[in-house]
Design a protein around this ligand. Structure first.
Ligand code: ADP
Ligand code: MG
Length: 485
C-alpha cells in the first residue's frame, strides 16, 4: 500500500522518516525538582536550574530514566546500559542555558521496531533508530505586548524523549498510521499523554522522493507539524513540490522547512549550509548514565499488555473481528471498560452495545468514556437481560436511552416501566387471535398467496403488545395460525 506520485517522467515513491518529541510524564523536570503541570501561570514552575542561574547543577530525575526505558521496551528496542548526556550548544531566547542537555552519541535506547496497521488489515514493521532523553526549551510569547517579547520558562527543562524512526515509511497514510500507533503505545505505557494540542507530542517529518527502486533522494525536514491531519497535508504538499522541482531539472537542497497551517504549504526555514554547528560535548556537570540490567528487568515486569497483544487476545479470547477489536483497544480505558462489561456475557453482543450504542451515543453528546453516565457493569447487565430474554433487543434500545439519560440500572428501568418481554405463549396467542380476527381481509389475502403480509401481522402483534411479545413466539404462532384453515 504505497502512495505513488504519477509524475511527467514516471512514478515516484515518497520516503519518510520521523523524529517525534514526546514529553515524559513525570512530576518534575529532567534535571530539577520544578513541577511540570500544563497550563500553570507563566514562570510559576521554574527552579534556579531551569532558569540557568550561575553555579546551579543538574540532578538527573530517576523517574524520567525509568520512563525512557519503559518506552524503549514498549518499542521492542535495545536498552543501552551505558548512555551519556551531551551539551548541544545554540543560542535561543527561550533557552537560558545557551545549550540543551541531550544525548547524542550514546542514547539510552537503540534499535527497535513498531508494527503499524494499514487499510485492508495489512501491517508493516517500521524500524526505530533510537530514543534519547533531552531537555525541552521554554516558550517565547510574542503576542503579549506591541514592542516586547516575553518568555515563559515553565517548559524549560521538562524531559523529552526524541524517538527517531528509520526512513521506512512510504506515503502519508503510513506516516499517520505510525504516529497513531506510537501515540497509542505511549499512552498505554503512561510515559507520554500523546496530546498534540498541548504540544506534548510533536513531529518533525523528513520527506524525500525517488523513482521506484532508485537510491534514496535528498530529504527535507519539515518542522511545526502539530496534528495528524497536518502531517498528511504537509507530506502530500512537500512530496509533490519535490517531484515538480526535479522534473523541471532542478535539484532538492537538504534543508529545514516550516509547515504553514494557514497557507497549507511548506517553506524554507534554513538550508543545510546555514545549519548550526552544535559543538556537542559531554556535559561536565553530569556523569555518564549507567543503569543495571536488573533495573531494566524490573521495569519490564511492570509493562502493561500492549495494543498488539491486546488486539490478538480480543480476537482469540472473545472471537471478535478485526474492526471490533481495533476500536475497543484504541485506548486502554476503553478496552478495560469492554472487558468489565463482557464478563460472563456474550462477547460479540457486548461489543456491539459498547461500540455502536455507548461509544456512538457518547460521541453524539460530545462526551468521553470517562464521562459516561453508564457503568461497564450496567452495559453487562443490559446484555444479560437480552440474553436471558427478559427484554428484546428492540426494547433494550429504549432501556439504553433511559440509562443514558438517568444513569439508572437497566433492571430498575425494566421493572419500573414493566418492560419485561412476554414469553407466556397463552398471552401472546390471545393477541395473535385478536389481530387475525380484526383483519379478515388480510388473512384471506395472505392465505391466497400474498406472503408479504406476514410482516404486517408481526407488526400488529408487536404493536398491541407494546413491543414486549417475544418475537420468536409471535412468529411461530402466526405461522401455525395462518396456515390452519
Ligand atoms: P540528522 O542527524 O541530520 O537529523 P538522521 O540520519 O538522524 O539525520 O535522520 C533524521 C531522520 O531523517 C530520521 O528519521 C531518518 O529516518 C530520516 N531520513 C534519513 N534519510 C532520509 C531520506 N532520504 N528520506 C526521508 N527521510 C530520511
Ligand atoms: Mg535530527
Amino acid at each position: 500500500m504505497s502512495a505513488l506520485i504519477h509524475g511527467k517522467t514516471g512514478d515516484w515513491e515518497i520516503v519518510i522518516g520521523m523524529e517525534v518529541h514526546a514529553q515524559v510524564i513525570a512530576h518534575s523536570k529532567l534535571f530539577s525538582g520544578a513541577a511540570t503541570d500544563f497550563g500553570a501561570a507563566p514562570n510559576s514552575q521554574v527552579s534556579l536550574v531551569d532558569a540557568a542561574m550561575p553555579g546551579m547543577l543538574p540532578v538527573l530525575n530517576e523517574k524520567c530514566v525509568e520512563q525512557a526505558v519503559k518506552t524503549g521496551l514498549g518499542l521492542n528496542s535495545e536498552i543501552n546500559l551505558y548512555s551519556r548526556f551531551d551539551r548541544k550548544n545554540y543560542f535561543y531566547p527561550d533557552l537560558p542555558q545557551g545549550y540543551q542537555i541531550s544525548q547524542f552519541q550514546f542514547p539510552i535506547v537503540g534499535k527497535g521496531a513498531v508494527e503499524i496497521n494499514l487499510a485492508n488489515n495489512e501491517t508493516k514493521t517500521i524500524g526505530i533508530t533510537r530514543l534519547h532523553l533531552e531537555q525541552d526549551a521554554g516558550k517565547s510569547l510574542h503576542d503579549q505586548h506591541p514592542t516586547k517579547s516575553y518568555v515563559d520558562l515553565n517548559r524549560s527543562g521538562c524531559a523529552l524523549m526524541e524517538i527517531v524512526s528509520e526512513p521506512d515509511l512510504r506515503g502519508p497514510e503510513e506516516a499517520v498510521a505510525y504516529l497513531t500507533k506510537l501515540r497509542m503505545i505511549l499512552r498505554y505505557l503512561e510515559t507520554c499523554d500523546g496530546n498534540f494540542e498541548e504540544g506534548s507530542m510533536r513531529a518533525d517529518v523528513n520527506v524525500s522522493v525517488r523513482k521506484v527502486g532508485a537510491p534514496y533522494g535528498t530529504r527535507c525536514e519539515i518542522k511545526n507539524v502539530n496534528s495528524l491531519k497536518a502531517v498528511q497535508l504537509a507530506i502530500e504538499y512537500e512530496a509533490a513540490r519535490q517531484v515538480e522541482v526535479i522534473e523541471e531539472g532542478g535539484t532538492i537542497k537538504q534543508e529545514t522547512r516550516l509547515w504553514d497551517p494557514v497557507k497549507l504549504e511548506t517553506r524554507s526555514m534554513r538550508s543545510k549550509e546555514e545549519a548550526h554547528d552544535y559543538r556537542y560535548f559531554p556535559d561536565p556537570d553530569l556523569l555518564p548514565l549507567v543503569i543495571e540490567q536488573n533495573f531494566v528487568d524490573r521495569i519490564r515486569e511492570t509493562l502493561p499488555e500492549l495494543p498488539d497483544q491486546k488486539m490478538h487476545r480480543f480476537m482469540n479470547e472473545y472471537g471478535l473481528g478485526v474492526y471490533d477489536s481495533s476500536v475497543l483497544i484504541m485506548e486502554r480505558a476503553r478496552a478495560d471498560f469492554y472487558e468489565r462489561a463482557a464478563k460472563g456475557r456474550d462477547p460479540k453482543l457486548t461489543a456491539n452495545w459498547v461500540i455502536n450504542e455507548l461509544l456512538g451515543g457518547l460521541n453524539k453528546d460530545g462526551k468521553s468514556l470517562s464521562e459516561s453516565p453508564i457503568a461497564a457493569e450496567q452495559i453487562g447487565e443490559l446484555v444479560g437481560l437480552i440474553e436471558d430474554k427478559t427484554i428484546s433487543g428492540k426494547i433494550a434500545k429504549d432501556v439504553f436511552a433511559e440509562m443514558m439519560k438517568t444513569g439508572l440500572s437497566p433492571q430498575k428501568i425494566v421493572a419500573d416501566q414493566g418492560l419485561q418481554q412476554v414469553t407466556d405463549t397463552g398471552a401472546i396467542e390471545k393477541i395473535v387471535d385478536e389481530v387475525l380476527a380484526s383483519n379478515p381481509d388480510n388473512v384471506a389475502a395472505y392465505r391466497a398467496g400474498k406472503d408479504k403480509l406476514f410482516g404486517f401481522f408481526v407488526g400488529q402483534v408487536m404493536k398491541k403488545s407494546q413491543g414486549k411479545a417475544n418475537p420468536d413466539a409471535v412468529n411461530e404462532l402466526l405461522i401455525s395460525k395462518l396456515k390452519a384453515e
